[in-house]
Design a protein around this ligand. Structure first.
Ligand code: FMN
Length: 334
């Protein structure tokens, strides 16, 4: 039987905390018989998404396979993800959230890899007899598991608050199931995490949890959440909620599901209906709702007849930037 493949991706500095943490989890996966691979995101040259949405328009019109028109090192990452059965990601916290490169990669993943767009195109194409090589890569629909690890140098966890929730941007477009999460803050209190036995032990457990998930006998067991944090959301287990404008309801910012709240046994508790949980963007229903609204409500180019005229004042308005005083103490090279 072919070995299960686990891909580790570090978004941190070379041989700093994220690298070491991902590698420890991968080593455990290797000990348990998996085929492992490691990528350090900063070793890749990956350009920003320009927002052209050719990836989605291509799939909706039947002319494309869901790929980006740009070809750079994202292709290396994409192929590694397609081959994998599980991914282990570790991202540093920059300004309370993910790094710029992490976000760049997420923008290149979604919406082009959104499984509801890809699957719809794949099935329509198959029915119409389109050759496989002209359709979205069927490996995109493979069930995958993930572990997410956020790292922050600051001593207080409030300074890493947005990193883990933002990391779901990597996994939700492809429907990758997150089965373990770890938030490591206070990283600057230890020269390198390799000298923190407790956290290294937790990384070994990340590896074990991933192996347990990908070798599970059934789907419920595979997607079972194995993290330590119960959270306020039964799907993503994060604690990031936003109150609605009237403050009578609240939603999970990662999933997008709306719920009510009260205090149970002295604890703030969210209540979600099954219908709302199925609207989570981590589930097929939530993703399908979104791709359907785009397909049915986004207006194509040419719908506003006098658009050129409406935009003209803005095209003509170019105030530029202020001139630089040569003696100023700024960082601009002469
Ligand atoms: C630009 C920048 C912003 C940072 N902002 C935060 C922050 O908001 N909160 C925090 O806990 N750590 C912050 N840090 C510290 C990093 O999260 C920390 O050094 C982490 O260990 C980096 O991961 P690495 O060791 O794997 O490279 C920041 C570091 C940099 C370079």
């Amino acid at each position: 039987m072919e070995k299960k493949k686990v891909l580790g991706i570090s978004f941190g500095r070379k041989m700093s905390n994220c690298d070491v943490m991902v590698k420890e989890a991968l080593m455990e996966c290797q000990r348990e018989g998996c085929d492992v691979a490691f990528i350090r995101a900063d070793d890749l040259e990956i350009n920003n998404c320009t927002g052209c949405i050719a990836c989605v328009i291509g799939m909706m019109s039947g002319r494309g396979r869901g790929y980006c028109v740009k070809h750079d090192d994202f292709d290396i990452l994409d192929e590694a993800i397609m081959q994998s059965d599980a991914v282990i990601l570790a991202c540093p916290t920059y300004e309370t959230s993910v790094t710029g490169r992490f976000k760049t990669i997420c923008d290149r993943i979604g919406p082009s890899h959104d499984i509801t767009f890809r699957k719809a195109r794949y099935e329509e194409g198959k029915e119409a007899g389109v050759p496989e090589e002209q359709l979205p890569d069927a490996r995109a629909f493979k069930k995958r598991s993930a572990a997410l690890i956020s790292v922050g140098g600051a001593m207080t966890e409030e300074w890493i608050a947005l990193t883990l929730p933002m990391m779901y941007e990597f996994t939700f477009p492809m429907g990758i199931d997150v089965v373990d999460t770890v938030e490591y803050y206070g990283a600057m209190a230890c020269e390198n995490v390799a000298g923190n036995p407790e956290m290294m032990k937790r990384m070994t457990r990340v590896g074990k949890n991933i192996v347990e998930s990908i070798n599970a006998g059934d789907e419920d067991e595979r997607i079972k959440y194995r993290g330590d944090e119960e959270g306020t959301c039964p799907i993503c287990h994060t604690r990031l909620i936003q109150f609605s404008h009237d403050k009578k309801t609240a939603s999970c910012l990662v999933c997008g599901s709306l719920g009510t709240f009260d205090i149970v046994d002295g604890k703030f508790t969210m209540h979600y209906t099954d219908e709302e949980l199925n609207r989570s963007r981590l589930r097929w229903g939530g993703k399908l709702e979104h791709s359907t609204e785009i397909k049915t409500q986004a207006q194509p180019a040419g719908t506003i007849k006098n658009l050129k005229e409406l935009k003209q004042p803005y095209a003509d308005f170019n105030p530029g930037v202020w001139s630089v005083d040569e003696n100023a103490c700024g960082n601009i090279k002469k």
